[in-house]
Ligand binder design. Sequence first.
Ligand SMILES: [Zn+2]
Ligand SMILES: [Zn+2]
Length: 166
Amino acid sequence: MMKIKLSDVNNASGGKYKFAFVMPAGEFDFPTDNYRIDGTIKVNGTIENTGAGYHVEGSINCHRCFICDRCLENAAEDQLHTFDEVYETEDSTVQDADAVGSDSIDIADLVRDIIIAGQPISNICKPDCKGLCPKCGINLNKSECDCDRTVIDVRLAVLKNLLKKN
Ligand SMILES: [Zn+2]
Ligand SMILES: [Zn+2]
């Protein structure tokens, strides 16, 4: 839970109330996927009562661990995500009603959704990862091998075989 007291928000001088949370990633129910959010999650932001609702914006720092799709090594990266959301209080949707209590707003679900939505589809340790040699399996980021890695188009290979027969 990442609860912000509404009395603090409503009494904030200048209208904007600053908040900060630090929570272990394990407290969030992240899906078991091809990555893991590890360590602590830091959230910083401001919240403002706009009359019709509460406007929250800020940033999230988290740490992602994964296995590279190309070289199969363990990899990790620090991520920064931003959010900008309005919790309606007048015309409340079901989702907002869950988060907005009578005396507080819980932004934990928002933080979780932003982190999940911000994950890349592929797991690549670095943009120029050379991957593994398809023949001997060596990690080409770390060493070289003498394998012939020329990729032959399947259709060309068929043609080649036909030519051989004649
Ligand atoms: Zn890699
Ligand atoms: Zn090789």
